[in-house]
Every structure is written in C-alpha cells, then in structure tokens.
Design a protein around this ligand. Structure first.
Ligand code: NAD
Length: 249
C-alpha cells in the first residue's frame, strides 16, 4: 500500500518495528520516486509506545510538513494457541499493538488533521474481526473487531471536521509468512484447502489487492465514504463463512 500510494502521487512516510523489513520497503519506495526526490522517511517505531508514536509524527511534520492520510497496518500475533493456553503477556501484547497502537496513531493523526480541516484515516481490519476463524484467532479477532468499532466511532466523531475514517478488511493473503507455510505439507494439504473453501475467487489474496481500495479511500473520489468497513476479500465475508476452519485433527 505504501508503494501504491506513492505511485498514486502521495509523499509517503513509513514506520515499522522491524528495521530490516522497513529498510527493504524504503528501498522499494525510493524506486517508485522520480529521480532527485528526497528519500522517504522510514522510522523504526513500536506503535504500542506512545512516546515513540509522538516522535514518529513529529518527524513526519518535519519531513513532509502535512498529514493527509494515515494507513494503520501493523499487527502482532505472538502466539497462535488455543484460548485456554494463551499467556497473559501475549494477550496484553496483542491488545497493545493491534488496538492501543492503532488508537495512538489515530490520535496523533487526528490532532494534525483537525488543524488542517481534512484527512483520511484507513485502518486495516480483518475478516477475523467479523467472523470467527478458530485456529487460535480469538485475541487477534477481538482486536480487529475493536478496530472496526474504533473506525466507526472516529468516523462519526470527526465527520464534521472534514476527516473520514474507514477500514479495509483483507482476507487470507499470500504474504511472505504464508508463502513459507506453503512449503510445509501439513499446511499445504490440510489447512490451505480449508482456507480456499472460504475464498470464492479460488485464490489467496495478494498484497497488491489492497492498493486500489487504499488509494480510493484516501482520495476525494471517496469524499462521501465514511465509517465503512470495506472487505477486500474476494467474497469471503459475503459467504458468511469467514474461511472458517478448525484445528486439524
Ligand atoms: N495476511 C493476511 O492473511 C491478513 C488477513 C486479514 C488481515 N490482515 C491484516 O493486514 C495487516 C498486515 O498483515 P500482514 O499479513 O502483511 O502481516 P505482516 O506480519 O507481514 O506485517 C505486519 C507488520 O507489522 C509490524 N509490526 C509488528 N508489531 C509492530 C509494532 N509494535 N509497531 C510497529 N510495527 C509492528 C511487523 O514488523 C510487520 O512488518 C494486519 O493488520 C493484518 O491484521 C492480514
């Protein structure tokens, strides 16, 4: 989405807790820019850390000078275990990153967007926030459901100030992490067919699938679109199945 927004003309700053992955994305982002453009701001940040988030947005102020769009993407999923086995620390970490982190970034962005009288916030939700997936998804699903509600509340709260807040709801996506799972026979033979049964297009989603929705929601073409939970899931939620799959026996 960072690359796609840059291609659509946005000046993009990126942040992640993973310095190596961030540097890789920054290199790809620089490749999208016209020769001679300033290097994109890329800042290692833990979005669960309020002071770090404030420092990130201050750096964006210094680097770009205005903030029109926020896309909240990160998530932590330290343990995919059955709920009765979940360690309290893992539950707390998921809440801290997936919910509090999103809220802290929304707050920092809202303060700037209120001063400017406009802005578009896009939270990345999940099909897991609208349907139950099983497979240890409980804490993740709870945080995503809360992000969906946060999206609606903020949309209503700030509509009069020219700020729109929407969410994109992906489904199971072929990310590098999932690509690694595909190598294992257990996943390929037992889990993948269950996932695909919930994806009526018959394919996993691709990160590129979210670029169009993000550019649309960020743009004036979506000026009346506010408080929407937009599935970009190939029809997963329309099936009301959510790709539901229990633990393999
Ligand atoms: N991949 C899927 O199948 C899928 C399905 C539905 C929704 N989503 C949502 O899409 C978004 C991206 O998921 P992804 O699959 O690309 O995952 P990913 O693991 O590739 O990306 C998540 C990123 O968040 C970063 N991160 C983790 N903790 C952080 C923190 N405290 N501060 C800052 N950055 C932090 C990670 O380093 C990583 O780069 C998430 O919000 C996820 O819930 C993904």
């Amino acid at each position: 989405m960072a690359l796609g927004l840059a291609r659509a003309g946005a000046r993009v700053a990126i942040a992640d807790i993973d310095a190596e992955g961030l540097a890789q994305t920054a290199r790809e982002l620089a490749g999208e820019l016209a020769p001679g453009s300033p290097a994109p701001l890329a800042r290692v940040t833990d979005i669960a850390d309020a002071a770090a988030v404030e420092a990130l947005f201050d750096a964006i102020d210094d680097d770009i000078g205005r903030l029109d769009i926020l896309v909240n993407v990160p998530f932590a999923f330290p343990a995919r275990v059955r709920p009765h086995e979940l360690a309290a620390a893992d539950w707390e970490r998921m809440l801290a990153v997936n919910l509090t982190g999103y809220f802290l970034c929304c707050q920092a962005a809202l303060r700037r967007m209120l001063a400017a009288g406009q802005g578009s916030i896009i939270n990345i939700g999940s099909n897991a926030g609208e349907s139950a997936l099983g497979r240890g998804a409980l804490p993740y699903g709870c945080t995503k459901a809360a992000v969906h509600q946060m999206t609606r509340e903020l949309a209503v709260e700030y509509a009069g100030a020219g700020i729109r807040v929407n969410a994109i709801l992906p489904a199971q996506t072929l990310t590098p992490g999932l690509r690694a799972h595909l190598e294992t026979p257990r996943f390929r033979d037992h889990v993948l067919p269950r996932i695909l049964a919930g994806l009526p297009q018959g394919r996993l989603l691709d990160p590129e699938d979210y670029v169009g929705p993000a550019v649309f929601l960020a743009s004036d073409a979506a000026r009346a679109v506010n408080g929407v939970l937009l599935p970009a899931d190939g029809g997963n939620l329309a099936m009301n199945a959510g790709g539901s799959h229990t633990w393999p026996a």
